[in-house]
Design a protein around this ligand. Structure first.
Ligand code: HEC
Length: 171
């Protein structure tokens, strides 16, 4: 009887060990995705900080090259060099440049999510056998000066835009 009870305890114990060792494996994310997301968030902070600083110090009237246009030239240079792709998206009904409208299912869903909250929306996709992290981050009206060129942003406390990244997964 005692022996049987011991056996029962051992099997129960093994059960616990199995459950405990499987759980973290199931929860673990592919480290390449974690690394790429970290890089995306660093780039996002860098790009947004530059755009705000340029707007603050150099953009004095609506006829001046906007930080958005300068930013897009920077994004194009980064893409040309094969680093990653970034698109500036407008999430309101008034879009200065039609090129900035969400243009595929990922960006349409990102628009819905970012109009409802601030959590970056992401998806891992495969193109020609290569994996990429697509991630869209929020752009709110960060300063009064934005309204100088975007009258429709006035009073909007939510997200009026997004940066939409496509980054090759870091090995
Ligand atoms: C000097 C005028 C000017 C100012 C100031 C300005 N923008 Fe823009 N913005 C533009 C122009 C021009 C575009 C279109 C750029 C392009 O696609 O070439 C644009 C595009 C955008 C877009 C993409 C959607 C669209 O309308 O095409 C967003 C989002 C945006 N701006 C947000 C901001 C925010 C936030 C600020 C304040 C930090 C700001 N802008 C300040 C001129 C301006």
């Amino acid at each position: 009887m005692i022996k049987r009870f011991n056996l029962f305890l051992r099997i129960l114990g093994m059960g616990f060990i199995v459950v405990l060792s499987v759980e973290p494996l199931l929860a673990a994310e592919d480290p390449a995705i974690t690394r790429t997301r970290q890089q995306a968030l660093m780039l996002d902070d860098l790009y947004k900080t530059v755009i705000v600083l340029v707007t603050e110090h150099y953009v004095t009237d609506p006829s001046i090259l906007s930080a958005a246009s300068a930013g897009k030239a920077l994004f194009a240079a980064m893409e040309e060099k094969g680093w990653h792709e970034v698109r500036l998206l407008g999430l309101t009904d008034v879009i200065t440049n039609p090129d900035n409208k969400p243009k595929d299912a990922f960006e349409e869903t990102a628009k819905k999510k970012l109009l409802a909250g601030n959590t970056p929306y992401e998806q891992v996709v495969k193109k020609f056998g290569k994996r990429y992290l697509r991630i869209a981050t929020p752009v709110p009206v960060v300063m009064e000066k934005c309204i100088m060129c975007h009258a429709n942003f006035k009073g909007n406390k939510g997200n009026i835009g997004a940066l939409s990244y496509t980054i090759p997964l870091l090995k």
